[in-house]
Write a protein that binds this ligand. Structure first.
Ligand SMILES: [Zn+2]
Length: 458
């Protein structure tokens, strides 16, 4: 007698779509198809797609943003993620400037434990790189953290120079980890920001004007070149534009070990969002900024041609009505970031609805490849015997309009407000437990477990 059987659904994996029942025992998938075993409970998936739980590898929960904290902590953020069909995330665990990486991890454990409703791992975000920190990098893989993020922008803050990048890459290569970069040319951006402010150009739209696509493309090309020199793998977070994509493709063709992601917002928004009446544009201040319709098309094509590993949310939520207001007179003082942890899965699914990607590619991008890229496979990101029973029952035909009031995050807007979408997350299982039932969270904060990640193969 096994714990649970999910019956009459259509399973979609990154390798194909088929009808079969799924047997679940002790939190894992023990059978797919064949003679249904006796089970204590039966869950009907009739008329629904049965998908692997989503894997969002780029979130910032309970994280500092300028001099405040993000609106979502691990409780509200992971509940929103679950309701949106995501069962695992990798959050950016931050070093406190001046502190050790070990302190940063202890701090993040304190934020996540007892609150996380879904499983989670960490990337290490390093805003204050030094020789001491470089030496400490080597200790991260044994703690299950195999990726370190450095910033090529943020002059006077988190920005590192090329020497620091090379040092981190050499260390990553040595210890089975990967460097992630925020690729924008920080010197050029700093110059443009000062220039606009001097000219009295303080509105949100100058956020995008001061961060041109070429600044992203240049930094992307430079990071790839440094990765090639060191022989280290590189992951470029949030690629936003055709110019940066070109550099990723050129690097791949030369044999560089460069991987990259984009995020939901770059597939659906343009920089025009920043130029709205009043201060509305502040809702769309995130870095790098949204680009043009042409760039959106290029990103969708990159997904179709399997050039990007995943579409993450980069969920970094600050409230519009108070937190974002600090930048009313100066666009550089608007906290960067937007919510999207709950919307990511269904928004990417619109690519299937619109014929831009196949259902198999959707599963690959939302679930399987991010898990594989970051050492969570085969436990996460797929429906296979032996994998964790992280499963989403998805009504592919349901139509709805995205409304912030229906979402579960702790922030006062959605960047996709009013958009008509097809597809609805009906139920979600995490390790065999139902955590979302009929679209509503019914799990338990604290049920989520830390996911130590495997070392990357050199
Ligand atoms: Zn981010």
């Amino acid at each position: 007698m096994i714990d649970l059987i999910v019956v009459n659904g259509t399973i979609a994996t990154n390798a194909g779509t088929f009808k079969a029942d799924i047997g679940i025992d002790n939190g894992r998938i023990v059978q797919i198809g064949g003679t249904p075993p006796a089970a204590r409970r039966t869950l009907s998936a009739a008329g629904l797609l049965v998908l692997p739980g989503g894997v969002d590898v780029h979130t910032h929960l309970d994280a500092p943003s300028l001099d405040m904290m993000t609106a979502d902590d691990f409780r509200s953020g992971t509940i929103a993620a679950a309701c949106g069909g995501t069962t695992s995330l990798i959050d950016f665990c931050q070093q406190t400037p001046g502190g050790t990486l070990a302190d940063g991890i202890a701090n993040w454990n304190g934020k996540a434990e007892g609150k996380a409703a879904i499983d989670y791992g960490y990337h290490m975000l390093i805003p204050d790189f030094s020789d001491r920190i470089a030496a400490e990098l080597e200790t991260l893989p044994e703690k299950g953290i195999t990726s370190f993020k450095l910033f090529m922008s943020g002059k006077g803050g988190a920005m590192v120079d090329d020497q620091a990048l090379v040092t981190a890459m050499e260390m990553a290569k040595r210890c089975g980890a990967m460097v992630m970069v925020h690729a924008e040319n920080g010197d050029a951006i700093d110059h443009l920001q000062r220039k606009y402010l001097r000219e009295g150009k303080t509105a949100p739209k100058y956020h995008a004007e001061s961060r041109p696509a070429r600044a992203e493309a240049e930094a992307t090309a430079r990071a790839i070149a440094l990765a090639e020199m060191t022989g280290a793998p590189l992951y470029v977070v949030h690629v936003t534009c055709a110019e940066a994509l070109e550099e990723v493709v050129r690097g791949k063709l030369r044999g560089a070990q460069v991987l990259a992601e984009t995020c939901t917002q770059y597939l659906f928004l343009t920089k025009d969002s920043l130029d709205q009446p009043g201060f509305e544009g502040a809702k769309y201040v995130f870095s790098p900024p949204a680009r043009t319709a042409k760039d959106k098309s290029a990103l969708w094509l990159a997904l179709r041609h399997n050039i990007l590993e995943t579409v993450s949310s980069d969920h970094s939520s600050t409230r519009f009505h108070d937190q974002k207001q600090g930048g009313r007179d100066d666009f550089t003082k608007i906290p960067n970031g937007l919510p999207g942890i709950e919307e990511r899965f269904v928004m990417l699914y619109q690519g299937v609805v619109e014929g831009r990607i196949t259902i198999e590619q959707f599963v690959d991008l939302a679930c399987s490849r991010p898990a594989r890229t970051f050492g969570l496979a085969p436990r996460k990101g797929t429906i296979a015997v032996g994998s964790d029973a992280d499963i989403v029952l998805f009504d592919a035909d349901a139509e709805r309009i995205i409304r912030n009031r229906d979402l579960h995050h702790a922030v006062d807007y959605s960047a996709y407000e009013g958009m008509k979408v097809r597809g609805r997350v009906v139920s979600v299982l995490l390790r065999g437990e139902v955590i979302v039932d009929n679209g509503e969270f019914c799990g338990e904060p604290g049920y989520g477990r830390f996911l130590p990640r495997a070392r990357l193969e050199a």
